[in-house]
Design a protein around this ligand. Structure first.
Ligand SMILES: [Zn+2]
Length: 110
């Protein structure tokens, strides 16, 4: 149906998504109250299956762009959900949000 369902393919991805959402909540990166509530629900239930159409809409509006993040590097790809917390954690230091490959390249330039 929508791309959020892609994350639900396996348990690994569900856990990774929950970790990312926890990080986003901790860092106050989700501004909308409803979106925060939805994120907590996803973390608690470890699934998006129970979300209503309205909640999915809200999730797509306010959360999805924080979960599906384009890499700021040269790869023109997006950052793997498993690497995202690390990418966010280092974005101040590196001056952008990078995938593992581009992060490696940047570190080895110096
Ligand atoms: Zn990259």
């Amino acid at each position: 149906m929508s791309s959020i369902v892609d994350y639900m393919e396996d348990l690994e991805s569900r856990k990774a998504l929950a970790s990312v959402l926890e990080y986003l909540l901790e860092c106050d990166m989700i501004e909308d109250d409803r979106a925060r509530g939805i994120s907590r629900q996803i973390i608690g239930e470890q699934t998006l299956d129970n979300l209503t159409e309205k909640q999915i809409y809200r999730y797509n509006q306010d959360v999805l762009h924080l979960v599906e993040v384009a890499c700021d590097g040269h790869c023109a790809g997006s950052i793997d959900i498993h690497d995202l917390v690390n990418a966010y954690g280092r974005d101040m230091e590196l001056g952008g949000t990078y995938c593992q490959h581009c992060m490696y390249d940047i570190e080895n330039q110096h």
